[in-house]
Design a protein around this ligand. Structure first.
Ligand SMILES: NC(=O)c1ccc[n+]([C@@H]2O[C@H](COP(=O)([O-])OP(=O)(O)OC[C@H]3O[C@@H](n4cnc5c(N)ncnc54)[C@H](OP(=O)(O)O)[C@@H]3O)[C@@H](O)[C@H]2O)c1
Length: 321
């Protein structure tokens, strides 16, 4: 396993990591969570991603219990959570916000569910245009100073919003955010490769990217329709179905199949290995509903050296870039 710095911070994170969106609680119970986290750890994974909103808080509870069951020393892994959406329903100040009242309440709730005293990184799950940037940056500074988190980051912020947070932190001597968490995969490249290119150069801003398989589409398993035991068939995720059955996108994805066959790897492994190649990506957050998927996905590490400039060019060509 390769470990990269989280942006310009000194924190080292494994280039492949594991998150719990959709899976924990809905598909992965306590016993399976221990197995999935254990399999990732066996492959050298030290970075585990969660969020207050995942399964209404149950995902944090499951992950917390899994770490206690595994008995790993707390210093051996990096644990993250994300705040913004809220879990108390449509209540003023407790939903879709980064105001100080919500953040102070939410971080304590997450720590209680995780059964931990701190998370290593706390992310803003989205930006909040209704709360002044000064209030957001100052509150995350206090969360860090109260030792409830070691670093803070952003998710799906614009480059301008990140630049504004960094400017304000600089002016006041407050803690700067160190990393973004953006969607990045073979079908969704613009934000990471274009919009964030400048702040990576200027500030060394990191990125721990999400949905590297576009919710499973890049595994090639949606080529003949939506399989019964897949994310696309889950109740509550019908909104994903149009994308997962879009014939144009499926045809593009299928053009990757001969490349993966020639490299003797699965399409999932090809896509995950590809995502690690971008130098501004600190970690590729994988998701899995089965332990076999974790094992296969982390074996993508062996595929990375096969992706030389020629193969990377071939992938671009296959996708029409
Ligand atoms: N910051 C944000 O806004 C945000 C948003 C989304 C996600 N995230 C983070 O990113 C993590 C990963 O996102 P994601 O789950 O969407 O990642 P993904 O890699 O795009 O999709 C993972 C899903 O694809 C399927 N899959 C994975 N490996 C496979 C394999 N080898 N063969 C066949 N199917 C496979 C599984 O679903 P099925 O088996 O059910 O089909 C799995 O749950 C999340 O857990 C979360 O931590 C963050």
């Amino acid at each position: 396993m390769e470990y990269r710095r989280l942006g310009r911070s000194g924190l080292k994170v494994s280039i492949l990591s594991l998150g719990s969106w959709v899976t924990f609680d809905t598909q992965v119970d306590d016993e399976l969570a221990v197995k999935c986290i254990g399999a990732a750890g066996d492959a050298g994974c030290n970075f585990f991603d969660n969020a207050e909103a995942y399964a209404g808080g149950k995902s944090e509870e499951i992950m917390g219990r899994a770490f206690r069951e595994l008995g790993w020393p707390r210093w051996s892994y990096v644990l993250t959570t994300k705040l913004f959406w809220g879990i108390h329903g449509d209540v003023p100040n407790m939903r879709n916000t980064l105001n100080r009242k919500y953040l102070m309440h939410a971080i304590d709730g997450s720590l209680e569910r995780l059964g931990d005293d701190f998370v290593d990184v706390v992310y803003c799950h989205r930006c909040d245009p209704d709360t002044p940037m000064e209030e957001i940056v100052q509150t995350f500074t206090e969360i860090i100073e109260h030792k409830k988190a070691h670093y803070w980051g952003t998710s799906e912020w614009t480059a301008d919003e990140v630049r504004s947070a960094i400017d304000i932190a600089d002016r006041h001597g407050w803690h700067k955010p160190v990393t973004e968490q953006s969607q990045y995969n073979l079908l969704e490249r613009r934000k990471v490769e274009k919009e964030f290119a400048r702040i990576t150069d200027d500030f060394g801003y990191g990125n721990t990217i999400w949905s590297p398989l576009a919710s499973g589409l890049l595994t090639g398993k949606y080529a003949d329709g939506i399989p019964e035991d897949s994310r696309g068939a889950l109740e509550g995720y019908e909104w994903l179905q149009d994308r997962l059955s879009d014939q144009d996108v499926i045809e593009r994805v299928e053009r990757l199949r001969p490349i993966s066959e020639r490299l003797d790897c699965s399409m999932a492994q090809l896509s995950l290995a590809w995502a690690t190649k971008h130098p501004m990506v600190s970690s590729v957050i994988t998701g899995a509903s089965k332990v076999e998927q974790v094992e296969q996905n982390f074996a993508a590490l062996d595929v990375i050296p096969k992706l030389d400039d020629d193969v990377m060019g071939e992938i671009d060509e296959a996708l029409g870039r």
